[in-house]
Ligand binder design. Sequence first.
Ligand SMILES: Nc1ncnc2c1ncn2[C@@H]1O[C@H](COP(=O)(O)OP(=O)(O)OP(=O)(O)O)[C@@H](O)[C@H]1O
Ligand SMILES: [Mg+2]
Length: 350
Amino acid sequence: MSNILEIKNLTKKFGDFTAVEDVNFSVKDGGFFSILGSSGCGKSTLLRIIAGFEPETEGEVIIRGESMKGVPPEKRPVNIVFQHLALFPMMNVRENVAFGLKRLKLSNTEIDSRVNEMLSRVGLEGYEKKDVTALSGGQKQRVAIARSLVMKPSILLLDEPLGALDRKLREHMKVELKLLQREIGTTFIYITHDQSEALVMSDEIAVMHEGRFEQIDTPRNLYKNPKTAFVAGFVGDSNRFELSRTEGDTLITNKGWSINKKSSMAEPKVLYIRPEALIINPSEGLTDVETFGITIKTILFDGSNTKLATTVTGTTEELLISLPQNAEFDGLSEGQTLQVGVHINDLKCY
Ligand SMILES: Nc1ncnc2c1ncn2[C@@H]1O[C@H](COP(=O)(O)OP(=O)(O)OP(=O)(O)O)[C@@H](O)[C@H]1O
Ligand SMILES: [Mg+2]
C-alpha cells in the first residue's frame, strides 16, 4: 500500500507560540491513523493545516504525492468532521447529506442515489425526512459523517467527533466507526484525547504532547513499549514511581522501595508498572520475576476491571494491582498481606 498522506517537518507558530513543532508522519491508503493528545497540544491546529484552513509556518503537506502548498481547502481531496458537528438545524437529514453534492451541481438522480447509498451505509435508511434536531446524539453523529463521506474524499479528517456524546454511546460509536471505515476503505485521520478510542480504532497512533509527536506506533506497541515517560503515563493505566537513585542493578524509589532490574539506562528517573503486570502469589522459581510483599488497603470492585489498592510492604509506596479475569477474590480482604511478582521486562524505566 502506498502513502496517501505525508507530513514533512510541519511547524505552526502563532506569534512566539509554537502550536505544532516539526511534525513528521505518513499514512497508508485506507489506513486509520489517530492523533492522541491532551487539550491544547495542537491536534486541531494540525488537522486544520492538513485541510488547508490554516497555513503552515514551515514544512509541507503532501497528498497522493502532490504538495498542497497554496491549494485552497475546497480543492484538497479531504473532508473534515468538526469537533462540534455543525449540522444545519433547519434542514432534514437528506438535505444535510446532500448539501455538498448540490454545490457540485450534480443531477438530482445522482445526488439521490449517493445520498441513499450513504444513509444506508451509516444505518439511517428511512430517516431522510427527519429533522436533524429530532435525532439522538449518535444519529446526528452519523449524519455528520455521512455528509462528509458522500463527497468521496480521499482522506476524512475527524476532530474529536465523539466528544459530545455520553460514555455509553461513545463506546458503541467507536466500534461502529471502525467497522464503517473498514467497509468503505476511506483513509481516516482521527483526533482524540481519549486513549481508549485511539487504541480500539487505529492502525497507528501518534501521541502528541506540546506540539510534538512523542511516538508513532501500532496500538499494541504503544501500550507494550512506550518510548518516553510521557507515553508510558498517558497511554493506559500505570503505577508511577519517582526514583531517588540506583545501586548496581537495584532501583530505589523516593519512598524507600528497592527493586531489582537489570536496567540498561545509566540514571533512570522514573519507573512505570502497569497494574495488570503484577502477578499475585507467583509460583516459585520463575525466572526474571521480582517478588515482594504488599498490603491490601482496599478492593476496588469494578466488574471485570477490579483492582487492589495496596502499599508495598516496608514502604509508603502505593501500588494498584489489576485482578486477573475470573479471579477468586472472595478470599481477599483489607489489611491482608500477599506476595506479588513482576517480570523485569514490565519494569519500564525512563
Ligand atoms: N488562531 C490562534 N491564535 C493563537 N493561538 C492559537 C490559535 N489557534 C490555536 N492556538 C493555540 O494553539 C494551541 C493548540 O490549539 P489546538 O486547538 O490545536 O489544541 P487541541 O489539541 O485541538 O486542543 P483541544 O483538545 O482542547 O481541542 C493552544 O494553546 C491554542 O491556544
Ligand atoms: Mg481541538
